[in-house]
Structures are given as C-alpha cells and as structure tokens.
Design a protein. Structure first.
Ligand code: NAG
Ligand code: NAG
Ligand code: NAG
Ligand code: NAG
Ligand code: NAG
Length: 302
C-alpha cells in the first residue's frame, strides 16, 4: 500500500512464490533452463531436477501465514531477524518475539541470546548448504539444532543442483546423493519435519527479487553469473510479500564496522566478511531505502 513509485513499479503481486510437484513439465523446463544458475536450470539434467520437484508437496494454502485471530486490524506483523552484530546487547528480544511471526535465516542461534534476539522462530529460511554449514560451524556458539518451534515453516532457497539432491533425500527419508552424499537431510530436523510445513521458493521469485529489487553492478562485470542476494535478503523480501508490517533486525547498516560480524560473537569483535558473490553495499542501501520509504522498519540502533 506504500506509494513509493520505485518499489511499487518493481512489484509483481502475482509472482509465483513456490515450486512444487506438477509445476515442472518439458515446456516449463525449457523456459527455466534458459536462465543461468543459481536461479535457473541451465545445464542441469531434467530428470534430476524433476525427480526432486515431483516430491515437493503443493502448499495447502496459497497463504504462507494466516492473519492471527488476535489481529484487530487484519494485519500480519512480522519480524525478520538476521545475525548482524548490531543485535549484540540490543535487548530487542522481547520486541522481536512480540510479532505475530518471526523469520530467521541460516545460523539462527537463539539459546543464550534470547534477551537480544528473542527465542521464537515461525519461518526458517535456508539453503541446503547454509543449514548444513551452520550446524557444522556454529556448534561453538551453541547452535546444535535448526529452530524447532511447533508450527515452524521451513522455507528453502534452491541455489543449485545440490539443493535438489538434498530435497530428494529429505523427502524420501534417505541419504542424499551428489554433493551431500552420505548425509541424511531428515536428521537435521530432529524429528520435527513435516511435509505440510516445508516450502521451496520458485526460481522465478528468486530471479524477480534479484533483478527487480537488487540488481547489482556486479551483474555487468565478468563475474555477473556469481552474484546473488544473501539468504537474508530473500527472507526479507519473502516477508514483504507475505506479511503486512515488516520489522527488520540484525541486517547490515552503514555503520556495521561498529559491531562484530555476528551477534553471537559476543567476546571477540570480528569485522564483516564480504563474500564476492554478494553486494553488501547494495544491501545496506536497499534496507535503508525500504526503511525511509516506510515499507519496512529497520533496526538501526539510534
Ligand atoms: C506445463 O507447466 C506450466 C507451468 O506449471 C503450465 O502452465 C502448463 O500448462 C503446463 N503445460 C502442459 C503441456 O502441461
Ligand atoms: C520463549 O521464552 C518464553 C519465556 O521464557 C517461553 O515461555 C517460551 O516457551 C519460549 N519459546 C520457545 C520457542 O522456546
Ligand atoms: C541415490 O542413488 C541410488 C543409486 O542410484 C538410488 O538407489 C537412491 O534412491 C538415490 N537416493 C536418492 C535420495 O535419490
Ligand atoms: C503433519 O502435519 C499434518 C497437518 O497438521 C498432520 O495431519 C500430520 O499427522 C503430520 N504428520 C506427521 C508425520 O507428523
Ligand atoms: C557486545 O556488547 C557488549 C556490551 O555492550 C560489549 O562489551 C562487547 O564488547 C560486545 N561484543 C562485541 C564482539 O562487540
């Protein structure tokens, strides 16, 4: 409902959010194989992707998050929580948890940090790699499980063939083949996996976000094919497309150098690591613009 012309023009209200069984046939494959990776199927094999997609259940409802009964104005209020060091000692936990729904991404450590980041997770956004790597590397910060809230929705960003290999293992309850060979994806859900709460973002949605909201200058350079928005960026735009009011915490700001890389690095200050497949300058600018135009409220700590 915001009248910001730039964002209004970029928005496609009927963009396809989810990928699921029945959506992939040869015609659709030919269209999607036209786009390069990570958000197109160029050079993948039809049967490999099709086998995984045909296991993904069709969402029961086109609506990810229902309007809560307690909502007096019919609005859905969401918090999106990134892992930025800006949250260290912020005491935002209560405020975050007071939203109808809380989105988290990747290494969503909460235990021991509740005062700053809250403890609820309603939507957990991840790739196969980010889930796997977070468990592997964040044990030292107490991250032994992905979030396990009772009604949590697990939303996956497919960024490559390895995600489809993971999905196939996950939905068949078997060991994955390919990049995660020998891993049982289901194990990472600690008995809390239910197909009815599992969603996979459509490559059309992912390209739409990249091309219309986050077109980086990097896309004009030699490494154009590598560039992609962060998982946090996709989570934020998913929230904008599924909630009415979006408050954003722990996302990168202009003054990020004042804080450590991640909020869970409480003791030793580390600086933000810039990966070349992302455009952090653009993310800083975009979060600020969304905030200034009233589309989100960005926690900036001043
Ligand atoms: C193929 O899939 C697309 C997208 O799901 C659909 O619009 C189209 O009707 C399907 N075509 C055939 C021949 O089934
Ligand atoms: C979060 O903390 C509150 C208050 O301590 C507790 O009642 C609730 O069960 C916790 N929720 C989760 C998901 O751990
Ligand atoms: C992995 O490959 C083997 C051998 O081709 C096959 O039997 C098994 O079903 C595959 N696993 C998955 C999860 O697709
Ligand atoms: C998954 O959730 C559905 C809907 O809530 C429920 O009917 C079903 O029993 C659940 N399945 C498992 C395996 O828990
Ligand atoms: C986190 O905040 C505390 C309290 O302000 C501060 O003492 C500590 O240095 C901060 N940690 C990092 C890594 O910046």
């Amino acid at each position: 409902n915001k009248e910001d012309p730039k964002f209004k023009q970029a928005t496609l209200p009927d963009i396809q959010l989810w990928l699921y069984k029945g959506l992939l046939n040869i015609t659709e494959w030919n269209r999607l194989a036209h786009f390069n990776n990570p958000f197109g199927f160029m050079e993948y094999k039809y049967n490999e992707v099709k086998g995984a997609v045909d296991l993904i259940p069709k969402p029961k409802s086109s609506i990810l998050l229902p309007v809560p009964e307690s909502s007096k104005d019919g609005c859905i209020r969401c918090a999106v929580v990134g892992s930025g060091g800006i949250l260290n000692n912020s005491k935002m936990g209560k405020e975050i948890d007071s939203h109808d729904y809380v989105f988290r991404v990747n290494g969503a450590v909460t235990r021991g940090y509740e005062e700053d980041v809250g403890n609820r997770t309603s939507v957990y956004v991840h790739t196969a790699f980010s889930l796997y790597a977070s468990i592997l590397t964040l044990k030292q910060y107490g991250f032994h499980n992905i979030p396990q809230d009772e009604d949590i929705k697990y939303v996956m960003i497919p960024e490559g063939l390895r995600d489809f290999e993971w999905i196939q293992g996950l939905l068949q309850g078997k060991e994955a083949n390919g990049s995660f060979k020998g891993e049982r994806p289901l194990k990472y859900f600690n008995g809390n996996f239910n197909e009815t709460r599992f969603y996979v973002l459509h490559p059309d949605f992912l390209r739409y976000i990249r091309n219309r909201f986050m077109p980086s200058k990097q896309m004009q350079g030699n490494y154009w094919a590598m560039y992609r928005p962060t998982n946090g960026a996709f989570a934020l735009f998913l929230a904008i497309h599924t909630c009415d009011i979006v408050d954003v915490y722990g996302f990168i700001t202009e003054d990020h150098h004042k804080y450590s890389n991640y909020y869970y690095e409480k003791l030793k200050k580390t600086s933000v690591i810039f990966f070349i497949n992302h455009d952090y300058g653009l993310e800083i600018k975009t979060w600020k613009e969304l905030h200034d135009s009233g589309i989100i409220r960005l926690f900036q700590r001043h």
